[in-house]
Design a protein around this ligand. Structure first.
Ligand SMILES: [Zn+2]
Length: 256
């Protein structure tokens, strides 16, 4: 089999960005859906500009929010530099959702009938380096005797399949609910906060938590914020400040 190795060109740069690498805090932030950029050779995957800037390509506002949390929590942030349309790094390679043919109401022509070589190449170019990097950072911290708390940051669309979503902040977990429970206990009334909404482990969205958090027993949580709350700077700041408090308080509860 001839393997394709040309998913990312030199001009595209690396698949992964690591920010605040020297941070001293316990939290390690991960943003799988940070970017709507497509690798040059992917073209537009047959999608309109509207689709390419919508939530199917990325989590609008999530990277900005994660950067604010990186500052407030003194936390290292690992972000994927390319759109989930080319590879969704919160899905394993065998999942149809890793390179979706359809997302919500949009058909994705450039992802139809992908052959094994193309699927392998995208996995090798985008998924493997992303999760390898997270693994390496966790291992390095462990070797240095440091604690790691895994927090993934996402946003979701307020209207999905024509239905309005009431939930504003989702606190998601898989089998280990320690941190989620502690955060939910302190959520208060500032926002409508719910457990495993608008998605849950049954939807396959806890892949990163399962890959890096559960096997080594790291406290972990996935945060989903409705993206209309992240439209402007003030909204992002308010959410960052709320989540900083919630995480700090939650971490205090589980370590005491
Ligand atoms: Zn997401």
């Amino acid at each position: 089999m001839l393997l394709r190795t040309d998913i990312l060109s030199a001009a595209d740069g690396d698949a992964v960005s690591v920010e605040n690498a020297a941070a001293a805090g316990d939290v390690l932030l991960v943003c799988e859906h940070a970017s709507r950029t497509l690798p040059q050779r992917a073209g537009d995957l047959g999608l309109s500009e509207e689709a390419l800037s919508s939530h199917i390509a990325w989590d609008p506002g999530a990277l900005d929010l994660a950067r604010m949390l990186s500052r407030s929590l003194d936390a290292t942030l690992v972000a994927q530099r390319f759109s989930r349309l080319i590879y969704d790094c919160n899905r394993p390679p065998e999942s149809p959702a890793a390179m979706p043919e359809k997302s919500e109401i949009y058909d994705i022509p450039g992802n139809h009938d992908l052959d094994v070589a193309e699927r392998y190449a995208r996995t090798a170019a985008l998924y493997v380096p992303f999760h390898d990097r997270i693994d390496a950072i966790i291992a390095e911290r462990k070797a240095a005797g440091r604690r790691t708390v895994l927090v993934t940051v996402h946003s979701f669309t307020p209207v999905y399949m024509g239905r309005h979503r009431e939930v504003e902040v989702g606190i998601l977990h898989d089998e280990d609910s320690r941190l989620a429970d502690a955060m939910l206990a302190g959520a208060g009334a500032a926002f409508r906060v719910e457990r495993n909404e608008p998605y849950g482990p049954q939807d396959g969205v806890t892949h990163t938590l399962r890959l890096h958090g559960l096997p080594s027993g790291l406290a972990n949580v996935m945060i989903e914020v409705r993206n209309d709350l992240l439209k402007d700077e003030a909204g992002k700041q308010a959410m960052a400040s709320y989540l900083t408090g919630l995480l700090q308080e939650g971490l205090g509860r589980i370590s005491s």
